[in-house]
Design a protein around this ligand. Sequence first.
Ligand SMILES: Cc1cc2nc3c(=O)[nH]c(=O)nc-3n(C[C@H](O)[C@H](O)[C@H](O)COP(=O)(O)OP(=O)(O)OC[C@H]3O[C@@H](n4cnc5c(N)ncnc54)[C@H](O)[C@@H]3O)c2cc1C
Length: 361
Amino acid sequence: MTHDAVVIGAGPAGAVAARELARRGAAVLLVDKAHFPRPKVCGCCVNGAAVKTLQRLGLGAVLAGGVPLKDVRIGAGRRSARVKLPGGVALSREAFDAALVREAVAAGVEFRDGVTAKFDGGAVRINERPVDARVAIVASGLAGNDASPEPGSRIGAGVSAQAGAVPAFFAPGTVFMATARGGYVGCVRVEDGRLDVAAAFDVAFLKGQGGPGPAAEAVLAGVGWPRIEGLAELPWKGTPALTRRAKRLGGARWFAVGDAAGYVEPFTGEGMAWAVTSAAALAPIAARAIQKWDDALVREWESTHRRTIGTRQYTCRVVSRVLRSPALTTLAVRALSVLPILSRPVVKSLNRPSPLRGASP
Ligand SMILES: Cc1cc2nc3c(=O)[nH]c(=O)nc-3n(C[C@H](O)[C@H](O)[C@H](O)COP(=O)(O)OP(=O)(O)OC[C@H]3O[C@@H](n4cnc5c(N)ncnc54)[C@H](O)[C@@H]3O)c2cc1C
């Protein structure tokens, strides 16, 4: 075999899985269809749990230059609440993902960008030729998720606004979350002063507004926050439907990880924590699969995945449901504006890392 493992997708899940395997002595090929550094539709908030997990993996340096987060301001109707959210960092996905890939390469991973891999459960194919590898890891994000979206699932959209066009209201260190009946918009300053804008919208709302730009403007105006000049005209990018459960987390000689293994709407900003934590949890199982394949390893991965991030995704589902009801959202924001302490259990959970199962080689 030319490679012990081929990893499809160099987002946080793929880069960390590749690095952890290389640290265990495996010969790993990591490919991504995009040219790096590349942007990605994302709120760009690496939460406290992700920060701690990265530090435990010896990857704390990838966050250098990120803007430390102190709080989140949630708007609903004309009300808003400010909740303390220490421990996280805002960092553009261009910078974060490229830094993780550099760490993977430093650990011995061979990285090729601008390369689209095809995978249908058999051999991984690059340029129509099969790749010689003992194990494949599918970390290609929502694109790699074979599940049908859940009914009513929202779709994501994002863009970044240049620092000069952004009102001072959107201060660094605060995450601004504007909510409305048709979706929500999150804004945060990243390391170079740009404002990252990421949103999740109902399909009908998006169509009714005429696209993500006008939809985001409508949601921000609805909570009375200052207008971002030219926001609607910026080159917005979209995502497939967000909430989906993968049918399988693996099969003969392959495993899925990160968003490719299932994803829940991003309101609580945990996707990167789930991606990094589950990639680290997969590595010891994939390393054993490289030594000797056994179908039981897929079941082991499914149960490890459930224990590692399954309950976290459940909490996020509950929060997303509350947000679907404007009455409940307004009530929650009213309660939080009077008693911010009520947010403590959710904030605590966002900052608590999952245990790393057998992560150190
Ligand atoms: C609107 C929105 C806001 C969000 N906000 C946050 C937030 O603030 N904080 C947070 O933690 N999470 C957030 N998330 C979630 C987060 O973006 C994802 O959970 C995270 O990026 C998952 O990482 P991943 O490595 O699994 O996939 P990705 O980061 O999507 O990486 C997948 C990679 O695979 C590559 N790829 C795809 N197909 C192929 C192929 N065939 N061949 C080769 N390469 C391929 C892609 O180019 C990509 O680089 C948000 C998501 C959305 C949509």
